[in-house]
Write a protein that binds this ligand. Structure first.
Ligand code: NI
Length: 191
């Protein structure tokens, strides 16, 4: 019953537990606007959640996923920006992450979000950031991210603070996207 996870992760599979794909919340949803609570300790539940989040992200497919997107209000995210063909996957699990330094230089990226399907818009963010987090190994990690990784980690940390990429857009554009999502949710509810 674990074949799927094995196929996805091969040799780099993170844990022997079975992974479960979880439903992703679609904007607008009050849970996507909430500030999440820090994770107190690395328990089996946290490890299982990390596996499920990775499974859900790869299946979507996406390059990042934050816990509130699957209705878990914990300060935790997963990401893997090695999306180019032939690159070795690098599944990352960041618990209680925070940006501890950001570059003056900005970069603009056409962002999307699994909670706002098929909608993309340019967002400007620091081009490079240093992030500190707790790993599943219980240790504190610190790393500088640039390029797509920098955009992705900032987008996902925003989720943990109840912020979406559309919050950076002009109100009119944001309202337009929100209305499209309301329509999409009505259609999904009918099916
Ligand atoms: Ni997102």
């Amino acid at each position: 019953k674990c074949v799927r996870g094995r196929l996805l992760f091969g040799a780099i599979r993170l844990s022997p537990a079975c992974m479960t794909k979880r439903p992703i919340l679609i904007h607008p949803d009050p849970r996507l606007k909430k500030v999440t609570a820090p994770v107190a300790e690395i328990s089996d539940d946290v490890r299982r959640l990390a596996d499920d989040m990775l499974e859900t992200m790869y299946d979507a497919p996406g390059i990042g996923l934050a816990a509130p997107q699957i209705a878990v209000m914990s300060r935790m995210l997963v990401m893997d920006c090695m999306k180019e063909e032939g690159e070795t996957p690098r599944p990352m699990v960041l618990i209680n992450p925070s940006v501890i330094w950001c570059a003056q230089e900005r970069s603009v990226y056409d962002e999307g979000c699994l909670s706002i399907p098929d909608q993309y818009a340019e967002v400007e963010r620091p081009a490079e950031v240093e992030v500190e987090w707790l790993g599943l190994d219980g240790k504190t990690h610190r790393e500088k991210f640039d390029g797509l990784w920098a955009t992705c980690v900032q987008h996902e940390i925003d989720h943990l603070d109840g912020k979406l990429f559309i919050d950076y857009l002009k109100p009119l554009k944001r309202q337009m996207i929100t209305r499209k999502m309301q329509k999409l949710k009505r259609e999904m509810a009918r099916d």
